[in-house]
Design a protein around this ligand. Structure first.
Ligand SMILES: [Mg+2]
Length: 233
């Protein structure tokens, strides 16, 4: 049995709506009493999926810092202007174990700084009535630290109420949404025609990708994302 009622005090989007600062509220929201978990059903055309590593959080900066601490003689960080999306592919066969060791260090994923402007952009999207989910593909071999610390990162930088906005998946094509903002050059999976439009978040390894919407910084989100949402049914 479902009982419908307002729970605007629980979530920032709805708090904004209550305060009158949210112009376009969700189509409908409800809480199922069959579970203590809040269940939201935002309109699909307003769902923005945001990748975490090197889109929301600065993965490469933290990695480079740790690499330099271990190998101070290296002239430049091997991830600076890296060519390949998969981080370990930017290293020689001999150095890959060290790269994997760094990514496996407890505290690595929680140490990331937010990408400049990302937190503000997420809050602006919510204030504009959009529904933001963090759609992230954890590193399989580092799952014990990676997944837990991604949740901890979101709580630390955005707040506990955002923990229910995390989608952990190795296949983003099966996730629904209007837009996916992601630094990965090309996203493939079980669904050949995902619901979302991929907005490439610029990084050195995706600059050769042409013919797709692109964000070079978070300050551009409205200019890039809003027209795509308008085109979504
Ligand atoms: Mg990423």
């Amino acid at each position: 049995m479902k009982k419908y009622f307002s729970f605007a005090t629980f979530l920032p989007e709805l708090s904004l709506r209550r305060s009158g600062r949210l112009a376009h509220p969700f189509c409908h929201c409800h809480q199922s009493l069959s579970s203590s978990t809040l269940v939201m059903t935002p309109r699909l055309s307003k769902v923005v999926l945001v990748d975490m590593d090197n889109t929301l959080v600065n993965f490469d900066k933290e990695f480079g810092k740790r690499w330099a601490a271990l190998r101070p003689g290296d002239e430049a960080s091997p991830v600076l202007n890296r060519e390949h999306f998969e981080l370990e592919q930017n290293f020689s066969h001999e150095l890959r174990p060290l790269a994997e060791e760094i990514m496996s260090q407890p505290g690595f994923f929680i140490a990331f700084q937010p990408v400049e402007g990302a937190i503000q952009a997420v809050r602006e999207m919510l204030a504009d009535g959009l529904s933001v989910f963090f759609c992230t593909a954890p590193l399989p071999l580092q799952y014990e630290t990676c997944v837990a610390e991604k949740y901890a990162w979101v709580r630390k930088h955005l707040g506990e109420e955002f923990l229910s906005k995390i989608i952990v998946t190795r296949d983003k094509t099966v996730i629904k949404g209007a837009v996916l903002i992601d630094d990965k050059p090309r996203i493939s999976g079980a669904c050949p025609n995902p619901e979302w439009t991929h907005v490439v978040f610029e990084q050195p390894y995706n600059r050769k990708v042409n013919g797709v919407p692109r964000m070079t910084s978070w300050s551009e989100w409205r200019k890039v994302v809003i027209p795509l949402l308008s085109a979504t049914k």
